[in-house]
Design a protein around this ligand. Structure first.
Ligand SMILES: [Zn+2]
Ligand SMILES: [Zn+2]
Length: 129
């Protein structure tokens, strides 16, 4: 099943990322089923730079939230506007979600940012400072 990307309007393709099905397209965005998102974030197949992870985990919403909060993304399945949600209370990461279809729309790099954020939090717990 192929859909039009809610962000750029091109047809999406599917790929396997961290063992989960992800819809993606040429603009680099990722569309993930809500239940898969948690699995992707918990997996650590893809490795990231520890310093970058910690920097991201230290970034608070007060440092400025992603500008994606201002645009409206329409769900590719039901056509309803998605709702921007802050990913974690202390993160500066905002994701667009359709609660009806349980799909999450991620801008290019956002999925990686979420993984790095979670990893960074872990690292901070292990070695504070
Ligand atoms: Zn796209
Ligand atoms: Zn929807």
């Amino acid at each position: 099943m192929s859909h039009k990307c809610a962000i750029c309007g091109q047809l999406t393709t599917t790929k396997i990322y961290e063992g989960c099905v992800v819809h993606c397209c040429q603009c680099g965005c990722n569309i993930v089923a809500k239940q898969s998102l948690g699995n992707i974030i918990q997996r650590k197949i893809v490795e990231f730079d520890q310093h970058e992870c910690i920097a991201l985990a230290r970034r608070s919403p007060h440092d400025g939230v992603d500008e994606s909060t201002t645009r409206v993304v329409l769900c590719m399945q039901c056509g309803q506007p998605t709702i921007p949600k802050q990913y974690a209370v202390d993160s500066a990461i905002v994701i667009d979600e359709c609660s009806q279809c349980e799909l999450v729309y991620l801008d290019p790099g956002e999925l990686e940012n979420m993984q790095m954020y979670v990893e960074g939090i872990d690292l901070l717990v292990l070695k504070p400072r």
